[in-house]
Design a protein around this ligand. Structure first.
Ligand SMILES: [Zn+2]
Length: 190
């Protein structure tokens, strides 16, 4: 990664020149290094294995009611503009003999957020990963995201939020399960 960091630093320096800045002025002297380090952190999802992330945190239980973790903050980068999009993720599942440690769900959200993304794909990837990791009866994922590429430029809609959902297994097949989930995360009707 060190060599790559250095490569990104150089590119940021060139970018500063290209927009008409002076990369040697005091305020900018360390900017290429800072940006490279920040980008490494924001794209760490390319270099971590989500299976290691949840290793040891899958437990056998008899519980078979819905489990919901809501209002999980996420921060990601839009792959079309490399600008942030961020908001809340809500994740629900109905176990089939196995549950995952509560704190692991936000980590899974972080893992898939930390790369260039589309909100639609991010939503799907979180749902698919949980389906594979604990083979539950079903999974529901809803993301509400603010996209800076939409707020700061183009159509300049500051308040618009994008809502995406991925419903798997029972959450897809059974309208009552889906309705219960949407109700619990405050997205139900009425
Ligand atoms: Zn964008």
């Amino acid at each position: 990664m060190n060599e790559k960091l250095f490569q990104i630093e150089n590119l940021v320096r060139e970018f500063l020149l290209a927009i008409g800045e002076d990369p040697e002025r005091e305020g900018l002297r360390l900017t290429p290094q800072r940006v490279a380090e920040m980008l490494a952190e924001l794209t760490s999802g390319y270099r971590t294995d989500p299976k290691e992330l949840v290793g040891g945190a899958i437990f056998t239980v008899e519980y078979d009611e819905m489990i919901v973790v809501k209002d999980i903050e996420f921060y990601s980068l839009c792959e079309h503009h490399i600008t942030p999009f961020f908001g809340k993720a809500h994740v629900g599942y109905i176990p089939d003999g196995r549950v995952i440690g509560f704190s692991k769900i936000p980590r899974i959200v972080d893992h898939f957020s930390h790369r260039l993304q589309l909100q639609e794909r991010l939503t799907e990837e979180i749902a698919n990963f949980l389906m594979e990791a604990i083979t539950p009866q079903g999974v529901g994922v809803v993301l509400e995201g603010f996209h800076l590429c939409m707020a700061m430029r183009g159509v300049k809609k500051q308040e618009a939020r994008m809502v995406t959902s991925a419903m798997k297994g029972l959450f897809r097949r059974d309208p009552r399960t889906r309705a219960e989930f949407l109700e619990l995360i405050g997205q139900g009707k009425g």
